[in-house]
Design a protein around this ligand. Structure first.
Ligand code: HEC
Ligand code: HEC
Length: 419
């Protein structure tokens, strides 16, 4: 996987790909050392360097990174843009060829209109992900059409999930588990509960509080990176060393799988695999900048609290101490409690991790105005439609919204457009 030849080919492909997309390409970065282990005391402050030219809004590194961290960001960004091929391990079944293919709205690492399909079988209210038939995530493309995966006849539940944005993800990762647990203890308006998603994190080999994905199904960016690499692109790696067999069929897999596993190998030069580079990029990616406030948007912000939106969409949380100073003890304006809420008919019918079929993670609202579509399946084309689709624990809050006068509703929408 990591022969010099593969590295060069990947760099060329990434370069062509990002020029084609009209983006400013990152220079090949020097090979930096490993990041300090978690829990290590913060290193002495290093001089901050300027981020250089800004490619697109939302795709800038965190402020105050050291030169070595900035190099990690740039090399991770090239990897995030890199297009895999069957020769580099793509497939045999996959959903797309690069991370940026699904994460580009508002800049590299953004959301998109792109959805992926989940399926399973629901009997008497119990969801079966049909794992032995290739569920619950469908891989809709294949390096050879004869090895394609299809939605099996046994499936009676099918849901679409739109790609979520990754801006500021390192700050979300750096919020201590205990802070998220504390959100369950705060007094809440009638009807609103919220519970933590406890997940087995492959990266730290322990139970952690999940926070990424529509179901809060992952706790760390390293785990999400490894999961997306295998499940969206078919690149096996040290955390997920086994390929997905098309609809669980081992003979189809044997026919089309040509590259030895794990496909993503650690590069001895810096101790990192490509999944680690993708995680570096996401961890060091700046949060979306706030838009300008007006008197009207400030009135909308007060309504946001009065309608109990803020009971779930918690405006800020604070990160813990972190070896990366730019992530250490920072206020994170994400507008989410990162808890699972029973959203009633707005739930997607898929059980995943500890999240039930009607439970969804409170979607962080930062960067809302950079999103092309809203809600887990991308069904909402306006923020008004997004709010009106709230149900379950959010029903009272939604009803208060629908009772607003036109001018007040406009103020609330103006506030949301500053996020
Ligand atoms: C085929 C489209 C597709 C590709 C390719 C893809 N993603 Fe995603 N990504 C998604 C979707 C859809 C979600 C929402 C998943 C969910 O919650 O079910 C998502 C969510 C995420 C999230 C969670 C962000 C959050 O807070 O919710 C991360 C992190 C992520 N992707 C990283 C990656 C990385 C790294 C790669 C490349 C290795 C990648 N993705 C490739 C579609 C894609
Ligand atoms: C009970 C908790 C809860 C309350 C109260 C609540 N929300 Fe939400 N909100 C959620 C959840 C969960 C989602 C993700 C739903 C989905 O797509 O399945 C969401 C999604 C959203 C989205 C779309 C985000 C995206 O990424 O697509 C917006 C915008 C939003 N909420 C605004 C509001 C506003 C405004 C209010 C107050 C009128 C409100 N919410 C009240 C839990 C809540």
């Amino acid at each position: 996987m990591n022969t010099p030849c593969r590295g060069l080919a990947k760099f060329l492909v990434a370069t062509v790909a990002c020029f084609a997309a009209g983006l400013l390409c990152a220079q090949p970065a020097p090979r930096p050392g490993l990041p300090p282990p978690p829990g290590a005391p913060p290193p002495p402050p290093a001089p901050a360097v300027s981020p250089g030219p800004i490619p697109t809004p939302g795709s800038v590194p965190l402020a105050g990174l050291t030169a070595a961290q900035l190099a990690d960001f740039q090399s991770g960004r090239s990897e995030f843009l890199n297009r895999e091929t069957p020769a580099t391990g793509l497939g045999p079944i996959f959903n797309d060829v690069s991370c940026v293919a699904c994460h580009a709205a508002g800049g590299v690492g953004g959301a998109s209109r792109r959805t992926v399909t989940r399926f399973g079988r629901t009997l008497n209210g119990v969801f079966d992900p049909l794992e032995n038939l290739g569920g619950s995530l469908l891989q809709e493309r294949a390096i050879d059409p004869a090895g394609r995966e299809v939605i099996p006849a046994e499936a009676n539940t099918v849901a679409q999930r739109v790609a979520t944005p990754i801006f500021g993800a390192g700050l979300i990762e750096a919020i201590p588990d205990s802070t998220i647990v504390f959100n369950t203890l705060r007094p809440k308006p009638a009807g609103i509960r919220g519970r933590v998603s406890v997940v087995a994190d492959v990266a730290s080999r322990g139970n952690r509080i999940g926070r990424f994905g529509w179901k809060a199904q992952q706790a760390t960016l390293t785990a999400f990176s490894a999961d997306a690499y295998r499940n969206e692109m078919g690149i096996t790696n040290r955390f997920f060393p086994t390929e997905n067999a098309p609809n669980g069929n081992p003979s189809l897999l044997a026919r089309f799988d040509r590259v030895a596993d794990p496909e993503d190998q650690i590069d001895p030069a810096d101790g990192k695999a490509d999944l680690d580079r993708n995680a570096d990029f996401m961890r060091l990616l700046a949060p979306p900048a706030r838009g300008p406030e007006t008197a009207s948007s400030r009135a909308g912000e007060r309504l946001f609290a009065a309608l109990d939106c803020a009971a779930c969409h918690t405006p800020t949380m604070t990160t813990g101490r972190n070896p990366i100073l730019a992530l250490s003890e920072k206020s994170v304006g994400l507008y989410s409690d990162l808890l699972l809420h029973d959203m009633g008919p707005l739930g997607d019918g898929i059980a995943q991790g500890t999240a039930g079929t009607t439970e969804m993670r409170t979607a962080p609202l930062w960067g809302l105005r950079l999103r092309p579509v809203w809600l887990h399946d991308g069904r909402a084309r306006t923020l008004d439609a997004t709010i009106r689709a709230h149900a379950g624990e959010a029903q009272n809050s939604r009803d208060k919204y629908t009772r607003l006068g036109g001018a007040e509703r406009q103020q609330l929408l103006e506030f949301l457009n500053t996020l």
